[in-house]
Design a protein around this ligand. Sequence first.
Ligand SMILES: NC(=O)c1ccc[n+]([C@@H]2O[C@H](COP(=O)([O-])OP(=O)(O)OC[C@H]3O[C@@H](n4cnc5c(N)ncnc54)[C@H](OP(=O)(O)O)[C@@H]3O)[C@@H](O)[C@H]2O)c1
Length: 264
Amino acid sequence: MGSTCKGYAVVVSRLKPEQSLRLVISGASSGLGLALARHYLERGATVAAFARRADLLQALAAEFPGKVYCYPLDVRDPVAIRHAADDFIARAGVPDVVIANAGVSVGTLTEYAEDLAAFQQVIDINVLGMVKTFQPFVAPMRAAKRGALVGIASVAGFRGLPGAGAYSASKAAAISYLESLRVELHGSGVSVVTLCPGYIKTAMTARNPYPMPFMLAPEVAAARMVRAIERGALFCVVPWQMALVGRMLRLWYIQKCTLCTPSI
Ligand SMILES: NC(=O)c1ccc[n+]([C@@H]2O[C@H](COP(=O)([O-])OP(=O)(O)OC[C@H]3O[C@@H](n4cnc5c(N)ncnc54)[C@H](OP(=O)(O)O)[C@@H]3O)[C@@H](O)[C@H]2O)c1
């Protein structure tokens, strides 16, 4: 077993063979998003790839002729996403799966005024970028009565990690936002999947100076996440060991808070 998952919904790809799946993946130019895109493309799916670096999207498209629709855009730009969504739906159809994966991680400390811009950037991309990515697809998927909206959160959203206030807050917000969306879409045929990776070996973690337990290659993480989506999981931690780490951190934190403030 490679992940800890809770809840089950419509099993997306058992309804359709993988080669006929249509997906939208943000942050498809590198790391986890690229690995997810490759995983699906290698099985014959069609992918709308969102990211800012057009050259990397074009390189992916060259590997899978006719299967990749490239949309070089910034997930902070709702107009660009709306145009991309309209274009993809007109040319390929309503997507079966939309994966809001684009994200950034920047170290932040509240006492430094110069870090305010970084707080803004992380929240804008990791939280609002997810909302803006899903927005134009919700009504068409609801009308089609099927599909999955998948948000890439993080184990970092379980606890506020020091030096990563913006990132932890953004991922905690993503987890809560996805929970709201899941309830809003209950009974519509559209499921909402929250995926919480631990450490994945990508550009994002390359600069971390500390040890990163249970780190996965992006291809391995992507394969486990695809399995979770296929099984219809609603909430999944990849790898499962990081769910235990998250739970231990939570218990440690509650104990500390109880010691300092007996009223909690
Ligand atoms: N790596 C980990 O250990 C880890 C752990 C937990 C969660 N995650 C989450 O997994 C997701 C993918 O991260 P990664 O590790 O694969 O990092 P990565 O290799 O740095 O990839 C980030 C991706 O997001 C895209 N992106 C960033 N800002 C964007 C923007 N404003 N508009 C459009 N696309 C944007 C980047 O594309 P462009 O630069 O071309 O725009 C890139 O494709 C993120 O949400 C991250 O928080 C990662």
